[in-house]
Design a protein around this ligand. Structure first.
Ligand code: NCD
Length: 329
């Protein structure tokens, strides 16, 4: 006689024994981990999540699972959307998002020990940290999946996935588009991840920034190696007429060592209704947010302003990713 199991929970595959192809048990550290088939898979799941939320609001797919949200840097959208995503899938959250000053980090605890503690309680960890490479360090210590929610000026892979998803949902395709990125291309982690992801598609790239905030050479070299049609300029006027996607970013004040330099470049770009009269009728303006003056509030009424729809897409993408790494999608 075989005994009936007490609980019917899916056993999370060990990180070292992941099934090839699927995302179960994965750390999500960089967009480089995703091939086109996996991107399509995540987008399809995210689309289903949207339909599910619109129909019933929430399900219990991740009932009994716990997410630890560990944020060493400020966040509104990334933290709130991960929390909302987990809750709409029936799971629960340990939120350490109000500043690690209230955790043992303020007593000098290392990232490794904090991670090894949280994995005793949680099935998945979302980490935002000011150091490039910190998500990799956390993943090396953790037995549960670690999702990189921004490692300094490094990467922000879940943001890039939601950005790409937004482009696809708004414009119906990614191939054939001209994507212009504007602002702080040096320190902005979202544009680093987005550029790398876009290299998998047939796109033209335009990089608009002040001299000191140009896209890092390591990424430009990849753009060149991929044989993309790509150009750099200081002036939005050079790209506004042809852009299908205008991806605007904030100058990352917190990454500057010399604040006088920040003052010089902080107000270089502002997207205004007047500038938008020169843009295509079918195009989108995106921004990872927060904005601090780069897009005039009057642009918000323009149907091409997609940044708040982009915000909502973040929740659907993170629902898809949480379900996938926990082996439930
Ligand atoms: C971005 C970030 O934290 O990198 N915000 C976000 O996650 N939506 C962009 C920024 O802070 O400028």
């Amino acid at each position: 006689m075989s005994l009936k199991p007490l609980f019917d929970f899916a056993i999370l595959p060990d990180k070292n024994h992941r099934q090839p192809g699927g995302l179960a048990g994965w750390d999500i550290l960089s967009v480089d981990q995703f091939d086109k088939a996996q991107l399509e898979y995540v987008f399809t799941r995210a689309h289903e999540m949207r339909e599910m939320v619109q129909r019933v609001g929430a399900v219990d797919l991740l009932k009994g699972y716990v997410l630890a949200c560990l944020f060493y840097e400020p966040s509104t959208r990334t933290s709130a959307s991960f929390i909302a995503a987990m809750e709409r899938l029936g799971g629960s959250v340990i939120p350490i998002t109000q500043g690690v000053q209230f955790s043992s980090v303020s007593k000098g605890e290392t990232l490794a020990d904090t991670i090894r503690t949280l994995e005793q309680y949680a099935d998945v960890i979302v980490l935002r940290h000011p150091d490039i490479g910190s998500a990799q360090v956390a993943a090396d210590y953790a037995r549960v999946p670690v999702l990189n929610a921004g490692d300094g000026a490094g990467e922000h892979p879940t943001q890039a996935l939601l950005d790409l998803f937004t482009i696809r949902e708004e414009l119906g395709q990614i191939d054939g588009l001209k994507v212009a990125m504007v602002g702080d291309l040096r320190y902005g982690r979202t544009v680093h991840s987005l550029t790398k992801l876009l290299l998998q598609y047939d796109v033209s790239l335009r990089f608009v920034s002040p001299e000191i905030l140009r896209m890092p050479l390591s990424i430009m070299n990849r753009v060149i190696d991929a044989g993309k049609d790509a150009r750099e300029t200081h002036d939005v006027a050079d790209v506004i007429e042809n852009a299908d996607v205008l991806y605007v970013t904030r100058v990352q004040k917190e990454r500057f060592t010399d604040l006088a330099q920040y003052e010089e470049v902080k107000n270089m770009y502002e997207i205004t209704p007047e500038l938008m009269t020169r843009a295509k009728q079918k195009m989108v303006v995106m921004h990872p947010l927060p904005r601090v003056g780069e897009i005039h509030y009057a642009v918000d009424h323009d149907p091409r302003a997609a940044y708040f729809r982009q915000v909502q897409n973040g929740m659907f993408i993170r629902m898809a990713l949480l379900a996938a790494v926990l082996g439930k999608a």
